[in-house]
Design a protein around this ligand. Structure first.
Ligand SMILES: Cc1cc2nc3c(=O)[nH]c(=O)nc-3n(C[C@H](O)[C@H](O)[C@H](O)COP(=O)(O)OP(=O)(O)OC[C@H]3O[C@@H](n4cnc5c(N)ncnc54)[C@H](O)[C@@H]3O)c2cc1C
Length: 415
């Protein structure tokens, strides 16, 4: 008789796990509390779904600030190339964009979700929608089945793929933590990773929506400039503060320092390609061409239009002052401001607003070669419910797919 495998959660990890178990001959049932599958996957990558990254797979583990090494087996057994080949077989052609980000050529996250569903269906996975798991049952340390809001289902293999606790509207409301904890698993307190940052300064409102490309941003712990982290790339101003790829990447560390009670400063270098003296020379050249203009009208070649009034106000230079009257020290202060535009970070947005949840089921209690629980036989984990989290660039979905694949296969092989 075929093994009975129950998969809890129909996201990226659960769909891959269920399809993989069924492909290996299991009788796989996927339980999903929503009335649609892959709800989060369908909004990922702003609806375009950044499925993975094209960098060499051996470099991947460094891209998970949360327990990258734990993922090594899963990632090398089902790599980024395996993933793109898999989607290729299901009609999803892919393309590589800036930073190695891999997207479907169609720019459609729905196409990705639908391909996964087709994969699972082709191998006979049974889907039960609107079914919420309330308890996982184990007898003498061995899985026995699951309790749902519509009754009990027996099985000797269960794969927990309920996601994290971010974007709860997509279904990931942290149920998996409660289910795993009830079986004795340690839950590393979930916290937001890849999350926008709220600033004390309210001038950000004036430039809300403005995106800055090719800037560098540094977060600094207290006054200790040695305890800092820097990212280069794109960021975005929002009415509450800052967001965008480089800010999201820095947010995990910023959040940790804030929770430790340290003030956190964000320092933006608006002109990272120029040294201070090069920038000064550039400004002198620009000023030389607009000598009679007022200062407030002189920065058009240097800065995005919306940012000019902010910089003018922060510079302390009289906005009406003709450029030729600006003193050397005023100009040097302007250079410093452009190289070190500072914002005080007061908090991260809450967990619900995070792209990914850090924390979760403690990796020490999961066998990385199989994804099986070290505490309960027949219990497997996949995806964001595990205490792993990656930076932006397709790493979180690759982790969900790789751990889902490994859990699905191991649930069948691990007899
Ligand atoms: C806005 C946004 C954009 C993102 N973009 C990207 C991107 O482009 N690239 C990238 O790599 N990552 C991205 N991520 C992160 C990535 O989407 C997630 O890490 C990944 O989807 C996690 O997959 P998962 O299967 O573990 O969990 P989920 O996709 O959250 O799936 C979990 C499923 O379990 C179900 N469930 C929960 N509890 C129960 C229960 N008790 N019973 C039954 N079912 C249950 C939920 O309804 C849900 O369908 C993005 C995240 C967000 C929020």
């Amino acid at each position: 008789m075929a093994d009975k495998v129950i998969v809890i959660g129909g996201g990226a990890a659960g769909l891959m796990a269920a399809g993989s178990a069924a492909e290996r001959g299991a009788d796989a049932v996927l339980l999903e509390k929503n009335d649609i599958l892959g709800k989060k996957l369908r909004i990922s990558g702003k609806g375009r779904c950044n499925i993975t990254n094209a960098m060499p797979i051996n470099d991947f583990t460094a891209c998970y600030p949360g327990n990258g090494r734990f993922l090594y087996s899963a990632l090398t057994r089902f790599t980024n190339q395996d993933l793109t080949a898999f989607f290729g077989r299901y009609g999803v052609k892919t393309k590589v964009e800036r930073g190695g980000r891999v997207f479907p050529e169609s720019d459609s996250a729905h196409q990705v979700a639908d391909a996964l569903i087709r994969y699972a269906k082709d191998h006979g996975v049974e889907f039960r929608m609107n079914t919420r798991v309330t308890e996982i049952s184990a007898i003498n340390g061995q899985i026995d089945g699951v309790e749902t809001d519509v009754g009990f289902l027996s099985a000797n293999r269960v794969i927990l793929a309920t996601g994290g606790a971010s974007y709860p509207g997509t279904g990931s409301t942290g149920d998996g933590y409660r289910l795993a904890a009830a079986l004795g698993h340690t839950i590393i307190t979930p916290f937001p990773a890849l999350v926008p940052l709220r600033t004390r300064e309210t001038w950000v409102k004036q430039v809300s929506g403005l995106s800055l490309r090719n800037v560098s941003a540094t977060i600094i712990k207290g006054n200790d400039t040695k305890r800092a982290a820097t990212e280069f790339g794109e960021m975005l101003f929002a009415h509450f503060g800052v967001t965008g790829p480089i800010i999201l990447t820095l947010s995990r560390q910023a959040g940790l320092w804030l929770r430790e009670g340290f003030p956190v400063t964000l320092r933006i270098d608006l002109k990272p390609a120029l040294s201070e003296s090069q920038l000064d020379q550039r400004i002198q050249r620009d000023f030389g061409q607009v000598q009679r203009k007022q200062f407030k009208n002189s920065l058009g070649r240097l800065l995005p239009k919306n940012l000019i009034p902010v910089i003018v106000a922060l510079s302390g230079i009289d906005p009406e002052k003709p450029v030729h009257q600006i003193t050397r020290s005023e100009r040097l202060n302007l250079v410093t401001l452009l190289k070190r535009l500072e914002l005080s970070i007061i908090e991260t947005l809450p967990l619900q607003a995070a792209i990914v949840t850090a924390g979760g089921v403690c990796v020490k209690e999961i066998d990385p070669k199989t994804m099986q629980s070290r505490l309960v036989k027949g219990l497997f984990f996949a995806g964001e419910v595990i205490d792993v989290d990656g930076v932006t660039g397709g790493f979180n979905l690759q982790a969900a797919f790789s751990t889902g694949r490994l859990a699905g296969i191991s649930a069948v092989e691990g007899n």
